[in-house]
Design a protein around this ligand. Structure first.
Ligand SMILES: *Cc1c(COP(=O)(O)O)cnc(C)c1O
Length: 376
């Protein structure tokens, strides 16, 4: 592990520094613990979806915890991974690629690529035949915060036709799906695994691997649900549906891997008579995703001396710091009634899709992470 924690907890850092800009606190121990939980429990290859948080400290700590394969979408993500782990396996799972991007992928020796259209398969012709090509399957699903199937993936019939082409071209055939971000319902994986087995049978292709995507997180909390129950269901359904032809499994959690490893601390800039709260971070910064998936439940408020505010909650409109009236959380948030200017509002489980989405609009936005031993 490259980083050693500088601070015991976010509160210790806040008490000493009274930060006036929003801060992300990162616990390498929490991240490595989650990486181990996935590797111990999941019966296959655990990869990390880089887009959730591409921070160098995050990638380096995942490598330290034994992660050697990464789901990447772009040349820049590939290079970020290789910078911390020269021999990491790159799974290039953005199914739409320019020829220039494919040339970079070829030069870097990507191990696996997903496709969801014959034309995109044609574009991969120059890759070595040892490359795994996985066909992206999409089913109409419930249970996720938003449906990835709307943008990518093929229905089972067209997936079977494309899988047949992949095998005929001599690539290593595989199937991939993503049950949807924040998916926590084991049945969503079960439905996909059953469909994938049917696709392989219809194509008469024995797939080398089945990639069961990301998800693994609960709606709005960002925290991991009963991972072991999902892992057990995935294993059982794969055995049941594929029988003797069971493929090796791959998963690619983004949010569930990194969310719980970071806490976002914001500060109350102003408290208006009408009850509105102005924070020093908003939807152009670390709270960007809340506009689309709602406000998470896990937050706490401390005063500048580090004491928890505990008065009965009052629902308040929360504005961000920029001069844009859209910079407002989508719904009122219950906050302790004794909240005051200068207090800190700590949002837990903010490791995913926070720093990677932040802008510097109006001179705000997140900066470097502060490393802590513990997030409590
Ligand atoms: C974004 C993404 C993931 C990670 O999704 P989470 O919901 O963050 O786990 C995994 N695989 C692919 C192909 C993705 O695009």
């Amino acid at each position: 592990m490259r980083e050693t924690p500088n601070w015991a907890t976010p509160t210790a850092h806040i008490l000493r520094n009274r930060p006036d800009t929003a801060q992300l606190y990162f616990s390498p121990a929490a991240l490595q613990g989650m990486a181990r939980r996935f590797q111990d429990g999941f019966d296959g290859l655990v990869t990390y979806a880089v887009k959730a948080n591409p921070g160098e400290e995050v990638l380096a700590n995942l490598v330290a915890a034994g992660i050697r394969a990464f789901d990447v979408a772009s040349p820049r993500e590939m290079l970020a991974v290789r910078a911390v782990c020269g021999d990491a396996a790159l799974h290039y799972n953005n199914p739409v690629r320019s020829p220039e991007e494919i040339a970079v992928a070829r030069r870097l020796g990507v191990a696996s690529c997903s496709v969801d259209c014959p034309r995109e398969l044609d574009k991969l012709e120059a890759l070595p035949k040892t490359t795994e090509i996985s066909v992206r399957l999409a089913l109409p699903v419930a249970g996720a915060a938003y449906d990835f199937g709307e943008k990518f993936g093929l229905d089972p019939e067209r997936a079977a036709a494309l899988l047949r082409k992949v095998a005929a071209r001599g690539f290593v055939p595989a199937i991939t799906f993503h049950p949807g971000t924040q998916c926590a319902d084991p049945a969503a994986w079960g439905a996909y695994i059953a469909a994938a087995a049917k696709v392989a049978r219809a194509a008469d292709v024995q797939i080398a691997r089945l990639n069961v995507g990301g998800g693994f997180a609960s709606h709005r909390s960002g925290a991991a649900p009963d991972l072991e129950a999902i892992f057990a269901h995935i294993r059982a359904e794969t055995e049941r549906c594929f029988g003797a032809q069971a493929p090796k499994l791959v998963c690619e959690p983004g949010r569930a891997m990194v969310a719980d490893a970071l806490t976002l601390a914001t500060r109350v800039k102003a408290l208006r008579d009408g009850g509105a709260v102005f924070l020093n971070d908003g939807i152009y910064g670390g709270l960007m995703e809340m506009r689309d998936i709602g406000v998470p439940g896990r937050l706490r408020v401390i005063d500048p001396q580090g004491r928890a505010r505990t008065a009965d909650p009052v629902s308040r409109v929360i504005f961000g710091p920029t001069c844009d009236s859209l910079d407002r959380l989508p719904a009122p948030v219950p906050l302790p009634g004794d909240i005051a200017e200068g207090d800190y509002v700590l949002f837990d489980s903010m490791g995913a899709y926070s720093r990677s989405l932040t802008t510097q609009f109006n001179g705000y936005g997140l900066e470097d992470m502060v490393t802590v031993a513990d997030l409590v």
